[in-house]
Design a protein. Structure first.
Length: 192
């Protein structure tokens, strides 16, 4: 991650609500056209926090990038003048970007607090370079088996092997607990 830079004068962080699946396009468009629109002095940084998620299905491991805040892009910009009024050029430029629903907060959005931005950046940093399982289970958790010869039975997780995407589960068959090894996708959480 780049060295911590002090925010330009008057710059604040705002959340943009976007159409689902359009977050990347919104970020790319703003980054690409802010210079052409001569808004480099009003729009500074655009964040789209993501993490890498892995899943093992039928013995094959796949990874994909998952958005930490689906439907949102965070933008550091100078939106308000010293008089407290919205500066029209950056306001309309951002609002008119295809895929943007609007600023969170409507016509007079409140900037995000520094603690909120720090938390978002900490989540990005924590996710950086790590893969997380798509679904995270805990030892002792009760699950329902939905595939294989033990389908529709409930069991308790005894062991978790995230690298192989496998779970060791104790299943009660004829009054005795039997250990069974299953893949993550073969079970689901038991909802109360």
């Amino acid at each position: 991650m780049a060295a911590q830079v002090t925010a330009p004068s008057g710059a604040q962080w705002f959340a943009l609500h976007t159409l689902s699946g359009q977050e990347g396009k919104v970020r790319t468009y703003i980054e690409k056209f802010k210079k052409a629109e001569e808004l480099d002095d009003a729009i500074f940084e655009i964040m789209l926090p993501t993490e890498v998620v892995s899943e093992v299905k039928a013995g094959k491991k796949s990874t994909k990038v998952r958005k930490l805040y689906p439907g949102y892009v965070f933008i550091q910009m100078r939106l308000y003048g010293e008089d407290g009024k919205v500066i029209n050029r950056p306001w309309y430029f951002v609002k008119e970007v295809a895929g943007v629903i609007g600023f969170v907060g409507g016509d007079h959005p409140a900037p995000l607090r520094q603690s909120e931005i720090d938390e978002i950046k900490a989540r990005i940093e924590a996710a950086n370079g790590k893969e997380v399982p798509k679904v995270q289970y805990t030892v002792g958790e009760e699950v329902k088996i939905n595939d294989g010869p033990f389908a529709n039975l409930n069991g308790r997780i005894d062991e978790i092997d995230p690298d192989r995407g496998k779970l060791k589960i104790s299943v009660s068959i004829f009054g005795r607990f039997t250990p069974v090894e299953l893949e993550y996708w073969q079970v689901q959480r038991v909802t109360e």
